[in-house]
Design a protein around this ligand. Structure first.
Ligand SMILES: Cc1cc2nc3c(=O)[nH]c(=O)nc-3n(C[C@H](O)[C@H](O)[C@H](O)COP(=O)(O)OP(=O)(O)OC[C@H]3O[C@@H](n4cnc5c(N)ncnc54)[C@H](O)[C@@H]3O)c2cc1C
Length: 442
């Protein structure tokens, strides 16, 4: 047997693809198309036993191992070793009595939202229905209603994980590994299932309002004030989006740089008042609020669904002044590469401690300022330079970065994304469950 063979391929119910197989690139490449994995073996797992077989093979042969779900958070590709893909494990089952869902490794946000909605329940889900529940939750999980409901990781109840020694474990409150999984992305194994808490929620008032970026002087102070004074049920985000000049784009925003004010509210009143304030300061090109079932909450940001190559980074900041916001938006509009900006209000329940040990860092952040660019036709150096100029106006109030929003090869250090206590927790967990560093080896 060579080191590129799975130890017990007959045990694997899913697919096993070896280097050279024409199906391999498609199996490992998801939403992020830059720097894909190029491993010796891919195991497209169908169940936890497949994951055990794949990780045991890596452990036996001392090979690096990584997990790929949807590819939304993909950073650097593995050049050898074993990749476990989880796209065949999308089961979700809801227990309405305990308001808990069991979510398999490859389930997407839309899968969980749909299953929960059948019982009048909802998860603390984020902006994009296609994101994987496991990757999202392990990275903290900044939900559209986070200001009212906290981080998705705060509602993690238990997890099943195949650690680097190839052992399937169930962890819950009291385990250091469980604490590390609550927002720390410890990278010591493949999670096969999570149990997450749900909330009673049917519909919200939400949507996005598009305005011309040429009106930024009038719009930005109003949006910043709405965010700064928002009650907890109101979620507020400001996007700056250079919209492509394509026929598929609605004519009013086609080919323009627009401000996209996204609002979501469980009560409705605050969002309606915020929309009125925005409409009062500049002409609205497109959009508006509506009562939406939570299953349609992906329409609030309306992010593009086509896979592409991109880089992105962000800063979690303690405050945001009108001057700093104007400078961020000005820098994005002046950048030589297209920069998509997302400024989201944090605070509220996001700033309160979890109900037990966890690994979410920089909870005290008041805002997150994100920037993202396609890397098609642009060098990484020019993209990174542009991103640095967009974030420069908030450097002096930075607390750190959110790892889940660092995309592609954008450089980031552990010190930037993890508080010291979380770094210590993760170091202990790695020493216990992956002392040889099979995960995260690159
Ligand atoms: C368009 C878009 C919108 C987004 N919106 C939000 C948002 O509103 N709020 C928010 O918080 N984040 C958001 N994100 C970020 C997203 O949560 C992270 O990128 C997350 O890591 C994606 O997980 P994935 O499984 O979909 O992606 P993948 O790239 O497949 O996985 C990313 C990482 O997650 C970990 N991971 C995934 N599955 C497993 C597993 N089974 N076991 C162990 N580790 C695993 C691994 O470290 C993996 O490298 C968004 C991203 C995009 C591209």
């Amino acid at each position: 047997m060579t080191s590129t063979e799975i130890a017990r391929p007959s045990d694997v119910r899913g697919v096993v693809l070896r280097r050279g197989d024409a199906r391999l690139p498609g199996e490992v490449t998801g939403f992020q198309t830059a720097d894909p994995h190029r491993p010796d073996v891919v195991v497209g797992a169908r169940d936890a036993d497949d994951v055990v077989a794949a990780v045991q093979h890596a452990a036996t042969h001392d090979l690096p191992v990584a997990v790929a779900a949807t590819g939304h958070g993909h950073t650097a590709g593995l050049a050898r070793g074993v990749v476990v893909t989880t796209g065949r494990m999308r089961g979700v089952s809801v227990d309405p009595a305990s308001r808990t869902a069991r979510v398999e490794a490859g389930a997407r946000s839309a899968d969980l939202v749909a299953a929960a909605a059948e019982h009048g329940l909802a998860p603390v889900s984020g902006s994009f229905p296609g994101v994987g529940v496991v990757g999202y939750t392990l990275g903290g999980g900044l939900g559209l209603l986070g200001r009212e409901l906290g981080w998705a990781a705060d509602r993690l109840r238990a997890a099943e994980i195949v650690t680097a020694d190839g052992v399937l474990r169930r962890v819950g409150p009291g385990d250091a590994l469980f604490a590390a999984l609550r927002g720390g992305r410890p990278d010591v194994g493949v999670v096969t299932a999570l149990w997450v808490g749900l909330v009673p929620l049917g519909s919200v008032v939400g949507g996005g309002v598009f305005l011309d970026a040429a009106d930024a002087d009038r719009v930005l102070p109003v949006v910043r004030r709405i965010g700064a004074t928002a009650p907890e049920p109101l979620g507020v985000s400001l996007g700056v989006v250079p919209v492509p000049d394509l026929d598929v784009v609605p004519a009013p925003i086609r080919g323009r740089t627009v401000l996209h004010v996204r609002l979501v509210d469980t009560s409705g009143e605050a969002a309606r008042a915020a929309e009125a304030a925005v409409r009062a300061c500049a002409p609205v090109l497109l959009g508006g609020l509506a009562e939406l079932p939570w299953t349609a909450s992906g329409s609030i940001f309306g992010e593009p669904e086509a896979p592409h190559a991109y880089e992105g980074t962000n800063l979690l900041v303690s405050q945001l002044s009108d001057e700093a916001l104007a400078a961020v938006v000005g820098a994005a509009m002046a950048a030589p590469v297209g920069c998509v900006v997302d400024v989201r209000r944090l605070g509220g329940a996001l700033s309160r401690p979890a109900d037990g040990p966890d690994a979410v860092s920089f909870r005290e952040a008041a805002w997150i300022v994100r920037v993202l660019s396609s890397t098609a036709g642009a060098s990484s150096a020019s993209v990174r330079e542009a991103h640095a100029s967009v974030l420069a106006p908030v450097e002096d109030v930075r607390l750190g970065r959110m790892a889940a929003f660092v995309y592609g090869g954008s450089p980031v250090s552990a010190e930037e994304v993890l508080e010291p206590g979380v770094r210590e927790l993760l170091a202990g967990v790695r020493e216990e469950y992956d002392p040889r560093g099979l995960f995260g080896r690159g």
